[in-house]
Write a protein that binds this ligand. Structure first.
Ligand code: F6R
Length: 610
């Protein structure tokens, strides 16, 4: 999604803004732009289609000097990716602005503004904001007031950075529904969509709340809440290291993040276990009391995080004995639901800013759930701040658009949750001790699977020229098959579908021929014999089978059947272990196809709009 960076300083800001944009690239974008106000009050703007590196080249060719500026990466929603639609947007050389989010009533405002004589240069929803602020400025209001008055007329979601070229002493920021942080420096202040953008210049941040409007000078920050009250928001020190968003020796962030999983799992378990037990307090001080009363669980999430929820449903129902429903947030938020008695509402999200998940949480809070819990990777995110209970996954920054370590840390967090809830619902001490021991074994098992990287890279060659792929799994491996299919389609652009293997003969078997590779996730579990019959159905029709199985699975390689052996594990942790070869397969196919692995086309990392 769009990324915003802004700076008001005593030193030139162009390089800071460009580096900020580079660090926001992972969010996904199709164009970029920068505007800097120079010493004589002239605004210089550059915008390009494509990568930030291109914008950087243009700035190198025509340097932008000045100590006040804003910059943006745009992910197209209204209006195609094109230079004219890229931000910053300017109104009559006076007002300049960057925006993340969607202005829902832009059509109505556009009609009014056109009638009033404004000339539109883009198809964006954003342009109505810049004209509206301009109108308030020319009516005599100072920038902060102009932004407040203009945004009061906007419905939808926005994070804004705004400059009045006649007022070089102020940068104004506003947040409603899209994330925005203020970076606090010495004699300089910054704004950005997330902390990573600003780590080279500061580690001190103010996290704006919903409805906040902020006025930044070089020396001060003043913030007004949604009710128009001057408020103090705490300055927080970020523990994220400046180089945590660097790729290091790896060719892609995605590969780095796949290999970081053993460490990320260990970090997520850290402090949450004591001896043979899970510490329910890890979810919040009130969690033990609340968990004791929970009689049902509802999980809502999107994409990969939704797949984590689907796995958790098996665990929660079979181990904690709790009825559990799992739903994608974009569906959940638009239907009427029956809230089960004493139910826990769980959201799962890497970013904590996914618009649909956040909206679902807000609805749940109004609908009578006993309590809400966020499983999330970003401590300062909206989801975390708005939930009663929180379990942070300690995956570290995930930059590759395709979620990898965020997924497996969500799974381990959900195992912690299952165990913590299970204790109040009949899970014995011995069973808990066994689960804890298995959780502790995950990092080393993962290391063994990562050693298969070369083998999977070779295997990937057999997928490169294919148009379609089928992924099969049963039980808790069906969501893992779904996740494998999602990874392959999003980064290699090969069409991939997942099916519960038992559904094959109800339709998809018609697709099977020698051009359709079929990937099966086959640990040695209670459903193995059933799965093997399903695989026979594929073989009998000339399908090319690629089976990921552990050593205990009695399967032999033969023509049309490739078996990739994984270490033996236990049913409980199989979903975490079998995910890794799916990630590696997708990664290597994408590399062979030459796609943009870390920033696949059309996708954004943090989906902050509907
Ligand atoms: C796929 C992927 C997406 C996200 C989804 C939800 O690799 O990353 O499907 O999982 O957009 O994002 P979060 O987890 O940030 O809510």
């Amino acid at each position: 999604m769009c990324g915003i960076v802004g700076a008001i300083a005593q030193r030139p800001v162009a390089a800071i803004l460009l580096e900020g944009l580079r660090r926001l690239e992972y969010r996904g974008y199709d164009s970029a732009g920068i505007a800097v106000l120079d010493q004589v009050g002239k605004l210089n703007r550059l915008r390009t289609l494509g990568k930030v590196a291109r914008l950087r080249d243009e700035v190198a060719a025509a340097p932008l000097s000045g100590t006040l500026g804003i910059a943006h990466t745009r992910w197209a929603t209204h209006g195609e990716p094109a230079v004219r639609n890229a931000h910053p947007h300017i109104c009559r050389d006076r007002c300049v602005l960057v925006h993340n989010g969607i202005i829902e009533n832009h059509e109505e405002l556009r009609r009014e503004q056109k009638a009033a004589g404004h000339h539109f240069t883009s198809e964006t929803d954003t342009e109505v904001v810049v004209h509206a602020v301009y109108d308030e400025l020319t009516a005599g209001y100072p920038l902060i007031e102009a932004v407040r008055r203009a945004t009061a007329r906007m419905t939808g979601a926005f994070a804004l950075g705004v400059i009045d070229t006649q007022d070089p002493e102020h940068l104004v920021a506003a947040r409603q529904g899209s994330p925005l942080v203020i970076g606090v420096g010495f004699g300089e202040h910054f704004i950005a969509s997330d902390v990573f953008a600003l780590l080279p210049v500061t580690h001190r941040f103010i996290f704006l709340e919903e409805g906040d409007i902020a006025e930044l000078t070089r020396d001060t920050v003043r913030i007004w809440s949604r009710d128009g009250e001057l408020v103090k928001r705490p300055v927080k020190e970020s523990a994220v290291a400046a180089d945590s968003a660097e790729r290091g020796e790896y060719r892609h962030f995605m590969l780095k993040e796949i290999f970081e999983q053993p460490r990320a799992i260990a970090d997520t378990l850290e402090g949450r276990l004591a001896g043979n037990r899970v510490l329910p307090e890890g979810f919040g001080n009130t969690a033990p009391d609340l968990f004791a009363q929970v009689k049902a669980v509802t999980i809502v999430a999107c994409g990969t995080s939704y797949h984590a929820g689907l796995v958790a449903r098996f665990w929660l129902e079979s181990l904690a004995g709790l009825p559990c429903t799992v739903e994608v947030a974009s569906e959940y938020r638009y239907r009427r639901h029956v809230v089960p008695e004493s139910a826990l509402f769980v959201t799962i999200s890497q970013s904590g800013e996914t618009a649909d998940t956040l909206a679902a949480l807000r609805i749940a809070k109004e609908s009578g759930y006993a309590t809400t819990l966020a499983i999330c990777n970003v401590p300062e995110s909206s989801l975390v701040r708005e939930s009663d209970l929180v379990l942070l996954t300690h995956a570290g920054p995930e930059i590759g658009v395709a979620s990898t370590k965020a997924f497996t840390t969500q799974l381990i967090a959900l195992l912690l949750l299952t165990t913590a809830l299970g204790r109040y619902h009949g899970l014995s001490e011995a069973a808990e001790a066994r689960m804890v021991a298995l959780m502790r074994s995950v990092p080393s098992k993962m290391e063994q699977v990562l050693a298969l990287d070369d083998r999977i890279a070779t295997l990937a060659e057999q997928f490169v020229d294919k148009q379609h792929t089928l992924f099969l799994g049963r039980g808790e491996q069906y969501p893992i098959a779904m996740e494998g299919a999602l990874k392959l389609k999003e980064i290699s652009y090969i069409h991939a579908e997942a099916y519960p293997a038992g559904e094959l003969k109800h339709g998809p078997l018609a697709l099977i021929d020698e051009n359709m590779p079929v990937v099966a996730v086959a640990p040695n579990n209670a459903l193995l014999e059933k799965l093997k019959s399903n695989l026979e159905e594929v073989r009998a029709r000339g399908g090319q089978l690629f089976v990921f199985a552990d050593f205990a699975v009695p399967l032999t390689e033969e023509s049309g059947v490739t078996v990739i052996r994984l270490p033996e594990t236990d049913d409980l942790i199989d979903p975490l272990i079998f995910t890794i070869p799916m990630q590696l397969l997708a990664y290597h196919v994408a590399v062979l196809k030459g796609t943009d692995v870390d920033q696949p086309r059309n996708l954004a990392k943090s989906v902050t709009v509907e």
